[in-house]
Write a protein that binds this ligand. Structure first.
Ligand code: AMP
Length: 394
């Protein structure tokens, strides 16, 4: 049987990321991004090998973007496209694994839209456009939340009245599940351990950041909660604050819910603390010239990350390794080193040379002698979505 090809689609409200994944190739034969969908500046950009191309699709929406992408994907796949995998943010308690799309699944994604009002409707637009354009192709959905459905109730329940959980689905769900699942499996392969008999602390550090405790291939706890705002300091998100903060701001400054929401999601995190940028690269440069805000943002980021990892350790019977991934986790030796300094109590220590070597997609072990294992593992959510799709096709 020739190697199969899966088109992976990640739809936002005005953007669509895509990648063609071939099961026997390490790199994507085609990948790209459609942006500013629905506006006169709508555009699709893609890359095949080293060749980059752009096509304007004025006022084009998701369907027009997919109409431009399909012939490309078919051509690059040599006419053999085997399926489509869609990323969906929220599966609520209805979805504990990836699944083939049918009417009941579409209804389930719609039913969970109240938990992710910005994301699920956008994901649905992409799915419906793809189904209309490629009716003969099997299509699969992969949920960010599904991996965390294995968490025990004492990890996912908030200490608030029960009816909020029973009647209004208020609980911790967790996100980045596809990434946590992918990198913990890769870490087990790298150390030649069975996935179903290994325990990991994982730090996914990108624009959004979360930690996860993975036991025998299942999530036992994670730092994000009902929404992706809970937990770590992120690019522009605050992570944990006193839950009474918004009451305080309402009482003292007269802020509305929208103002509080905007401040916590878009004006906080590294950006809010540094007063400079949400981008860790910019903060590293500013740190070198002694920028006080950048220094504070870096220190708070690393300390809060270490504190979260120490908390996640409660969910593990043992630690086979600590895994760093995501744009910051895969590239910032400084963040890894500083975070590990706060985890001395677990005997974690980094080897400076190995730490410096693991950047720009280089995977490896970075622990010093005598320390539990510390791994840098590049994440690849597109490949995990393609793997899930292939498994369901089988
Ligand atoms: P992601 O969302 O996974 O693409 O990650 C985005 C984050 O990774 C941003 O905060 C970037 O600043 C950060 N990042 C990317 N490259 C580097 C680098 N070389 N050093 C530090 N941070 C980086």
């Amino acid at each position: 049987m020739p190697a199969r090809n899966i088109l992976v689609i990640n739809c936002g409200s005005s953007s669509l990321k895509f990648a063609l994944v071939n099961e026997s190739q390490d790199t994507f034969p085609l990948q790209g991004l459609a942006e500013r969908l629905g506006s006169p500046e709508a555009v699709v950009q893609w890359q095949i090998g080293d060749t980059k191309e752009t096509r304007q699709i004025p006022n084009g929406a998701h369907r027009e973007a997919l109409e431009a992408i399909l012939p490309l994907a078919q051509e690059v796949a040599g006419g053999q496209l085997d399926g489509i995998g869609h990323r969906v943010v929220h599966g609520g308690e209805d979805f504990t694994a990836s699944c083939l799309i049918d009417d009941a699944v579409l209804e389930g994604i719609r039913a969970n839209a109240q938990l992710a009002p910005l994301h699920n409707p956008a994901n649905l637009i992409g799915i419906e456009a793809a189904m209309a354009l490629f009716p003969g192709l099997p299509q699969v959905v992969v949920f960010d939340t599904a991996f965390h459905q294995a968490m025990p109730d004492y990890a996912y329940r908030y200490a608030v009245p029960e009816f909020l959980y029973k009647e209004h689905a208020v609980r911790r769900y967790g996100f980045h599940g596809t990434s946590h699942r992918f990198v913990s499996k890769r870490a087990a392969e790298m150390l030649q351990l069975p996935v179903d008999d290994s325990c990991w602390l994982v730090a996914h550090l990108g624009n959004g950041c979360s930690t996860c405790a993975v036991v025998n291939g299942e999530s036992r706890d994670t730092s994000m909660g009902l929404t992706p705002l809970e937990g770590l300091v992120m690019g522009t998100r605050s992570g944990d604050v006193d839950p009474a903060l918004h009451i305080h701001l309402t009482r003292t400054l007269g802020w509305t819910i929208e103002q509080v929401d905007n401040m916590l999601t878009r004006e906080s995190g590294l950006k809010g603390l540094s007063g400079l940028s949400n981008d860790m690269r910019t903060l590293h440069e500013a740190l070198e010239s002694g920028h006080a805000g950048a220094t504070l943002a870096f220190e708070v980021f690393c300390y809060r990350l270490a504190k979260s990892l120490a908390g996640m350790a409660c969910a593990l019977p043992q630690v086979n390794g600590l895994v760093f991934t995501g744009g910051i986790g895969e590239n910032s030796a400084a963040v890894r080193a500083r975070t590990i300094e706060h985890l001395k109590v677990f005997n974690f220590a980094v080897d400076a040379e190995a730490n410096a070597r693991c950047t720009r997609g280089v995977a490896g072990q970075i622990q010093a002698e005598g320390s539990p294992r510390i791994l840098v593992v590049p994440t690849n959510e597109e490949r995990q979505i393609a793997l899930d799709t292939l498994e369901l096709l089988d």
